[in-house]
Design a protein around this ligand. Structure first.
Ligand code: FAS
Ligand code: PHB
Length: 391
């Protein structure tokens, strides 16, 4: 088989890249290790920057998002069990946010790929990248007991943190930056009405977040120990702990119910430089991981794909490789902006095992200053809303 672009990984990054190339008349093949049902069962991100909303709309997958998504101007932070501020991104950054789950986006992407006849090969095993330094790279994979080969002009590594693509860049050429946090997020989904807005909590018991998916589907998180066992967290214990981390008026507004999903996500900051090597280009979690505190993971995957689809289109349609040559540096400027912001917000809202009384008072002071300072609030909101894409 021969195709212009082989895309490794059928999560949001890979599927969106395939969709955007197809709309430009550029064929690709997506190789996904898991079955489609497995990919669609993942419960992950929930908040989109306005830039991401516009990319999804101009990728022809915005219709359901616009129908079911929840546009909101503000996201609140409560702290010391009594103070509350609003990150009003429409007021301070000129753009709202959209609550729309990654699971829905992945469903919409698969539906769009099917509608256009896109090639997504599921359950592709032992994917291996070959000759990425040359002009004729190719990818091999196993399926149905046979080994297959796809010759291509470019390979997009969209296979997430545990994929094979990043490892295909020679270790001597890779610079990896990592920070592992000493806690995780215990998250649940419940078929209950969410609070009207997202509310982060910095409480003496630890971080918490009240979020949403739709008018009858809510997403909640509490900071937990890394070695937490889900069996130790029956629903009643989760709800009691979540409520204990919010002021009374918020806790009393939370509608509880049986969880339909419960999972623990470890928190990590990771950036790989460069994001390109020869004919291989990385996008999404294959190149970087951010703690979910700033709701940046999925949004970075989307901005990487915006840059990479523009670069590949310029190559194939105008013979212009300027965007391909600048892809890694351009994508990394936005990645580092989001990685730093996510690291900073994680430090502001969580309890760390080695924190002393001074550290806690400094957290309170910073939240009070953010609440009082128009200038600081504007700086934080423009980062939470998502920095603009580069031309
Ligand atoms: P993905 O990991 O989504 O997709 C990569 C795909 O490649 C997967 O389908 C995988 O099966 C496939 N793959 C892997 N290895 C392969 C191989 N060798 N061959 C072929 N295919 C292979 N972000 C937020 O903004 N907010 C959140 O609350 C949030 N919560 C998260 C919770 C968890 C548990 C995790 C893991 C991530 C979370 N994220 C969150 C970040 C997440 O949303 C990612 O940013 C997003 O999935 C990135 O999409 P992709 O880059 O496509 O990577
Ligand atoms: C979510 O709804 O899953 C969500 C929202 C905001 C975050 C992280 C996760 O910062």
């Amino acid at each position: 088989m021969k195709t212009p672009v082989v895309i490794v990984g059928g999560g949001p990054a890979g599927l969106l890249l395939s969709q955007r190339l197809h709309l430009q008349g550029i064929a690709s093949v997506v190789l996904e290790r898991q079955a489609r049902a497995h990919v669609l069962a993942r419960i992950r991100a929930g908040v989109l920057e306005w830039g991401s909303v516009q990319v999804l709309r101009n990728s022809d997958i915005g219709e359901r998002m616009d129908r079911e998504g929840h546009i909101h101007d503000g996201t609140d932070i409560v702290w010391s069990n009594r103070h509350r501020l609003t990150l009003n991104t429409r007021r301070h950054a000129g753009r709202p946010m959209m609550a729309y789950g990654q699971t829905n986006i992945t469903e919409d992407l698969y539906a769009a790929r099917d509608a256009l006849g896109g090639q997504v090969i599921d359950e592709a095993q032992n994917v291996a990248l070959h000759d990425i330094d040359g002009a004729s790279p190719f990818v091999t994979y196993a399926k149905d007991g046979k080994t297959h080969r796809i010759d291509c002009a470019f390979i997009a590594g969209c296979d997430g943190f545990h994929g094979v693509s990043r490892q295909a860049i020679p270790a001597a050429k890779r610079r990896e930056y990592e920070k592992v946090y000493p806690f995780g997020w215990l998250g649940i989904l419940s078929e209950t009405p969410p609070l009207p807005e997202l509310i982060y909590a910095n409480s003496e018991r630890g971080f918490a977040l009240c979020s949403m998916r739709n008018p009858m589907l809510s997403r909640y998180y509490i900071q937990c120990q890394l070695e937490t066992n889900l069996d130790d967290w029956p629903d009643h214990r989760f709800w009691a702990e979540l409520k204990a981390r919010y002021p009374r008026e918020v806790a009393e507004a939370v509608v509880t119910g049986p969880s339909i999903e419960k999972s623990i996500a470890p928190l990590r900051s990771f950036v790989c430089e460069p994001m390109a090597h020869g004919r291989l280009f990385l996008a999404g979690d294959a190149a970087h991981i951010v703690p979910p505190t700033g709701a940046k993971g999925l949004n970075l995957a989307i901005s990487d794909v915006f840059y990479l689809s523009r670069a590949l289109t310029a190559h194939f349609k105008q013979g212009n490789d300027a965007y391909l040559s600048s892809y890694s540096d351009m994508a990394l400027r936005r990645v580092w902006g989001a990685a730093r912001f996510s690291w900073w917000l994680t430090g502001l809202l969580h309890r760390f095992p080695d924190q002393k009384a001074f550290d806690l008072r400094a957290q309170e002071q910073e939240l009070s200053y953010l609440s009082a300072s128009e200038a600081y609030m504007k700086a934080v909101c423009e980062q939470y809303a998502g920095l603009p894409f580069e031309g």
